[in-house]
Design a protein around this ligand. Structure first.
Ligand SMILES: Cc1ncc(COP(=O)(O)O)c(C=O)c1O
Length: 387
């Protein structure tokens, strides 16, 4: 990471914004924001206005798979420069950011789109294809977009995981018929953290080529053991009938800035773009552009997540629990007791983790925080586990 003065002062800014360095974080963050807002400095910002970055003092936040080391210091420096320009709609930055993906993955412009967080791209894809037929999804997976689409009338058929908690590709392929308009896969899957083997997934996509489009959510790809092998972007390059979504919320540590993107067959990209609702957030795009180029920060974040994963795995194992093999920034494990009760007991000690999902009542999910936070997690987990 850049150790220059500017980076250091941005680090302090970030720490102040996240309430880590000050005894009175609400007041100090407000002052910092007022400083950033320049002309509006005389205004007292209401507490609500800070909602998105408000974290109760002392809370260890391990429930949303965020990267607390982000955003990239270089991106923050650049963003500070453009804030005074935000009276204007964003311009060329959209094209510039898309050019980075196009260049990195050797794609054409009509194979790429931007969205306000990958969730928006996923929702748009669900609506675009869900109107035409049924969507097939694993029964235990990331589901915000599935629930959104169901509320709007889309039918989603959920296929149970295999006994080893892997996504059951064979069972999914078996149910494909003319009534199916889209298959959704999350690779690696959330909340299990497990990745589908790259070549198995390639065969699956080839087997279904021409029958049904496949949407692959690669939100955690950069954290996998072998990102290129695990990603299906090579199939997109080859013109396959698939769409991949990616995000700046995970390894890039920009969840609050809401930037995601998609890469896919031009026909899919075109129909999904027609269903995207929000205009992109210019500040987010700007931050994304500079984050994407900050190799030092990306390597640093990956390293921290990998170290954190070892720590959380060790905590579980010390209590006789074998976590699922995660290739993400979270770990999922059967703790052998009610996960919601356990979550509440952890929360009462200011450590927030996730409780039960989709009938997996004894499984907890823990996201990677800062390493020092994971030490506290370790201590609190032991206390609560021993009861
Ligand atoms: C698998 C998966 N996909 C998509 C998202 C949504 O991310 P974004 O912030 O890009 O909307 C998440 C968020 O946790 C996720 O876990």
């Amino acid at each position: 990471m850049d150790n220059g003065t500017e980076a250091a002062s941005l680090q302090s800014l970030r720490d102040v914004l996240s309430g880590r360095r000050e005894r009175s974080p609400v007041v100090d963050r407000r002052q910092v924001l007022q400083g950033l807002l320049g002309g509006a400095a005389a205004l007292a910002l209401p507490r609500l206005a800070l909602g998105q970055v408000e974290i109760p003092p002392g809370q260890i936040r391990l429930m949303f798979n965020e990267n607390p080391y982000g955003p990239s210091p270089k991106a923050l420096t650049e963003v500070a420069k453009i804030l005074p320009m935000t009276a204007y709609y964003p311009g060329e930055i959209e094209n510039d950011l898309m050019s980075l993906f196009i260049e990195r993955h050797s794609l054409d412009r009509d194979q790429v789109f931007l969205a306000s967080g990958s969730n928006e791209g996923l929702q748009a894809a669900m609506m675009a294809f869900g109107k035409r037929g049924k969507v097939i999804s694993p029964a235990l997976t990331y589901s915000d977009h599935l629930l959104y689409a169901e509320k709007l009338g889309v039918e989603v058929q959920r296929i149970p995981l295999r006994d080893d908690m892997a996504i059951d590709l064979e069972a999914m392929a078996r149910v494909v018929d003319d009534s199916v308009s889209l298959i959704y896969l999350c690779n690696p899957n959330n909340p299990t953290g497990m990745a589908i083997d790259g070549d198995e997934l390639r065969s699956f996509c080839r087997e279904l080529e021409g029958r049904v489009p496949i949407l692959i959510d690669e939100a955690y790809n950069e954290l996998t053991d072998n990102p290129d092998y695990t990603s299906m972007v090579d199939l997109v390059r080859g013109g396959a009938n698939i769409l991949i979504t990616r995000t700046f919320s995970k390894i890039f540590g920009m969840a609050g800035l809401r930037v995601g993107y998609g890469m896919g067959h031009p026909d899919i990209v075109s129909v999904v773009k027609d269903n995207v609702m929000a205009w992109p957030n210019g500040v987010g795009l700007y931050a994304a552009y500079h984050s994407y180029l900050d190799d030092d920060f990306i390597a640093f974040s990956r390293e921290k997540v990998l170290q954190g994963r070892k720590m959380v795995n060790a905590t579980f194992r010390r209590h006789g629990i074998e976590p699922l093999p995660s290739q993400t920034s979270f770990v999922y494990a059967d703790i052998g007791r009610n996960a919601d009760t356990f979550e509440a007991a952890m929360a009462a000690r200011n450590v927030r983790i996730r409780g039960a999902y989709e009938g997996y009542d004894t499984f907890s999910r823990v996201s990677m925080g800062r390493l020092e936070e994971l030490k506290i997690f370790d201590r609190v987990f032991s206390e609560v586990f021993k009861g």
